[in-house]
Design a protein around this ligand. Structure first.
Ligand code: 26Q
Length: 830
């Protein structure tokens, strides 16, 4: 492979954009299909998707190169977003929207006797992430491109993404997601920028010819990182940013060593060990501690990405590096970057900075985002594992810690307990490295993802550090991209918005506030349109539910939706208790003024999270009984929707009436599904937690069903929580539990749900589910009253959409930029 780095030269490109009339597009699609892929009309639809994607990628290429060249000019400050996860979903529709190519492509594909929709449906959902954190990274990249910010995403090119879920006898079964089996036509392989990442071996002290001492990392097992670039287009602005995903392969040298020693088979097999690193995404959305392969993944991403940034920096003065580069760490997963940056600056023969010089640069260009308040989810790695796998970074962490603790001792003389608490190394029989502490110590900015979360961090988990460096801590409330979550997911509403507000809301979501008068003035024509659109969206979801589960949803019923990862703190169980309560009311004949309701629950359980899997089984069993009980007669429907993913959410969020955001207060860092629902006109039933609080502030209490204990009340109740009292004081709750305990939903397997029931009845239930039951049921009652007055409900729906302008990631990224990154937006002439 040629060593030349053409983009470094960056001669101003003379690369005209390709024409994009329906004729041009149709011609190119045909050429790709027949001359490149060797397929013909009547082939599997995937090949048409592939041909169309190449055709569109061609139309992106000139802007992509232009953008890259503009970023490469001297004096351009750039940000590098490091994340182990990007939950991208499908890309074709997104690029068509951004490039305004929907219409011509729609016409072009007519030549192939297929609809654009059918082609779009063959694109695999790129699930390189678990949930909120991964999807946030994808929304961020979208907004960075739209705002013209020079930001590159760095991640891993997992061969297998988030597992596919199917349900067998009510239980989750995981199927591997070989999403690239038929190729990934969006990406461009760039072997010319490969990097070598070291593992294992041992360290030496070494004195160089200039008598400078430095560390050396030798006898390593090296793995090659090959980058694959994926274009990230901005909304109609000719900007195309890059997501650079690393794939692991073995080095020739690595193979050769064993090959020459005569063991051919071993040497070829060693390739496997290297390639394992990017084989599969870890499907846990809370940390799974101690897995060596996961640590390999984290270091592999971090080292390859930092080396890539230094390659681009070339031989410019290192003293200027922090002026032109900033790294945003998406949680602690890439926080080894702090040590890796030090290693490069100290050990690289072309750098060899002093400790103080290296530390000043490192600390000036790292920024860390925290996404969790659960102490058990804070990442820790056994020192023993580090010693084996990353001996040189470990030495550096020890040195960072020694110098840091000296500062702590100076700041709080004699406070040994504080030193123990703040040490990067947690002592014990199996000492652990505290990755969050490493990230905080090595960064100039530490942020939470919603106001409450950021506040609780400084008062709880990070309190010691906040007392030392208050200026480092800040909040950046999450958002979602309105291009995917409104313009693409809800095309009919998008059209109405453009008619009423003019085009432009897609990149300036604050304009949605102009919708409020339509609600306040009871504009009949507008309200009629609104209803009609929601009705269509609900029909689309009903069709999906029918196809996936066989259950019929009636679009005139209230659609009550909770989709997110299955987790005890998210309290899908509270939702189930309410469903059982509704069912119990029907059975008791307490069904005056009934509101027909369709409850949809979806989400994946981490494969090793037993309780989460039991919850899925419970939802399915309750659904089976409720949907088939003639006494219910369609007044209540319940489904567990299998394999919830980004693509499904695009059908779900425009069709929900009620958005369930019911976590135990103080536990959900932000939530982002809550924002997608609100933007599309759903009303939230939620606790005072995460970004729910900001949603409530924006929309007003009259447009939100608030319930439950607050975070401080949750904390106060812990320790003297007596669930039995709630049961004794509440006949409805007693009925619900009695029904569950009677095996009404587990007739053929008596006692099946005993562990779940015991869990919520235990004084040790950390999620205080029963404490919020009454308040939740009352809030559901308020929702039903509001629903009975459809005129009032539509007003609330419109108000929610109108108030959602602040939850665009354009706002979030604007704040990251003005307060952390300080990049100059690139202005292009469109
Ligand atoms: C860590 C170590 C080993 C294996 C897995 C992990 C791991 C992977 C993913 C730990 C955590 C995650 C994901 C966390 C996550 O998605 N958090 C969510 O982030 C959202 C975006 O900020 C918030 O809205 C949610 O509140 C938060 O739960």
């Amino acid at each position: 492979m040629a060593e030349q780095d053409t983009t470094e030269a960056c001669v101003l490109p003379n690369m005209p954009a390709l024409p994009a009339t329906p004729q041009d597009l149709s011609q190119d699609i045909r050429r790709y299909l027949e001359y490149h892929l060797g397929r013909f009309l009547g082939c599997d639809h995937f090949y048409l998707y592939e041909s169309l994607t190449y055709t569109i990628r061609d139309r992106i290429m000139s802007d992509w190169r232009n953008t890259w060249c503009l970023y490469k000019r001297v004096g351009v400050r750039r940000a590098h977003y490091l994340s182990l996860e990007y939950l991208i979903g499908r890309s074709l529709g997104n690029h068509l929207l951004n490039l305004d190519l929907h219409e011509p492509v729609d016409k072009a594909v007519k030549d192939f006797a297929i609809s654009l929709e059918e082609i779009e449906d063959t694109e695999p959902d790129a699930g390189l992430g678990n949930g909120g954190l991964g999807r946030l990274a994808a929304c961020f990249l979208d907004s960075c491109a739209t705002l013209g910010l020079p930001v590159t995403g760095y991640g891993l090119r997992y061969e297998f993404g988030m597992f596919k879920q199917h349900i067998d006898n009510g239980y989750q079964v995981e199927d591997p997601d070989h999403w690239m089996r038929d190729g990934h036509p969006w990406e461009v392989e760039r072997p010319e920028y490969m990097q070598v990442v070291k593992f294992g071996g041992r360290t030496e002290r070494h004195i160089d010819l200039q008598h400078r001492a430095h560390g050396r990392w030798v006898d390593t097992e090296d793995v090659v990182a090959v980058p694959y670039d994926v274009p990230v287009s901005g909304y109609r602005n000719k900007i195309v940013n890059t997501l650079r995903l690393w794939s692991a392969t073995s080095t020739d040298a690595f193979n050769l060593k064993e090959f020459n020693a005569g063991d051919y088979t071993e040497s070829v097999a060693s390739k496997n060990e290297a390639e394992n690193i990017t084989m599969v995404l870890y499907p846990n959305d809370a940390s799974e501690n101690g897995k060596e392969l996961r640590l390999r993944q984290q270091y592999f991403l971090t080292s390859a990405s930092l080396q890539d940034v230094f390659r681009q920096w070339g031989d410019q003065p290192l003293g200027e590096f922090a002026k032109y580069n900033v790294f945003q760490l998406n949680d602690t997963h890439p926080s080894i970057a702090v040590a890796e940056m030090m290693r490069i600056l100290l050990d690289d023969p072309n750098k060899r900075l002093s400790w103080n010089e290296a530390w000043a640069i490192t600390r000036q260009c790292m920024a860390y985002t925290n996404h969790t308040l659960l102490p058990e989810a804070l990442e820790r790695w056994p020192v023993r594992l580090f010693k084996q796998l990353l001996p040189r970074p470990l030495e550096i962490i020890y040195e960072i810690n020694a110098r840091f603790l000296a500062d702590v001792r100076q700041h709080w003389p004699g406070d040994t307990d504080r030193v123990r608490r703040m040490s990067l190394i947690e002592e014990g029989p199996d000492p652990q490295i505290r990755m969050a502490w490493l990230a905080i110590v090595g960064s100039f900015s530490v942020n939470g993802v919603a106001a409450l979360h950021s506040k609780l961090l400084t008062q709880g988990l990070f309190r010691d550090f906040y007392e030392l460096w208050p200026e480092r801590f800040n909040n950046k409330t999450n958002g979602v991209t309105p291009r995917r979550w409104l313009a693409m997911a809800n095309p009919e509403l998008a059209e109405l918005l453009s008619e009423q507000l003019g085009d432009g809301w897609q990149a300036d979501l604050s304009r949605l506030s102009a919708l409020r008068p339509f609600a306040e003035n009871d504009d009949a024509a507008f309200i009629e349109r609104w209803q009609q659109i929601r009705r269509h969206n609900k029909q689309r979801l009903a069709d999906m539910v029918k196809k996936e589960t066989g259950v019929t949803f009636d679009p005139s019923a209230l659609f009550d939706v909770q989709v997110k990862r299955i987790h005890e703190y998210k309290r899908q169980l509270l939702n189930v208790l309410h469903v059982v309560h509704l069912y119990d009311r029907i059975r008791r004949g307490d069904d005056g003024d009934w509101v027909n309701r369709c409850v949809l629950i979806g989400g994946k359980a981490a494969p090793g999270y037993q309780r989460a899997k039991e919850i899925i089984k419970l939802v399915n069993n309750v659904a089976g009984v409720v949907n088939n009980d003639p006494a219910v007669g369609g007044r209540l429907k319940v489904v567990f929707l299998p394999n919830y993913d980004v693509t499904k959410m695009m059908t779900i969020c425009p069709a929900a009436d009620l958005s369930e955001q019911i976590s135990t207060a103080g536990k959900e860092a932000s939530g982002t599904g809550n924002m997608k629902f609100m933007m599309n006109g759903a009303i939230t039933i939620g606790t005072y937690d995460g970004a729910n609080i900001e949603i409530l502030d924006a929309v007003g209490e009259e447009n939100f069903f608030l319930f439950g204990l607050r975070a401080d009340e949750v904390a106060a109740l812990r320790g003297n929580y007596q669930p039995q009292q709630y049961i004794e004081a509440d006949a409805d709750l007693a009925h619900v539990l009695a029904l569950l305990e009677s095996d009404h939903f587990s007739g053929i397997e008596p006692g099946l749900f005993r562990p779940i029931i015991d869990g919520i009845k235990s004084p040790d239930d950390p999620w205080l589910t029963l404490a919020d039951f009454r308040s939740y049921v009352d809030a559901q009652g308020r929702a039903e009253r509001a629903w009975r007055d459809q005129a009032a409900w539509v007003r609330m729906s419109i108000c929610n959409c109108a108030a959602s302008g602040g939850f665009s990631t354009d706002r979030t990224i604007g704040e990251y930029n003005s307060e952390i990154w300080r990049l100059e937006p690139l202005i292009t002439s469109v």
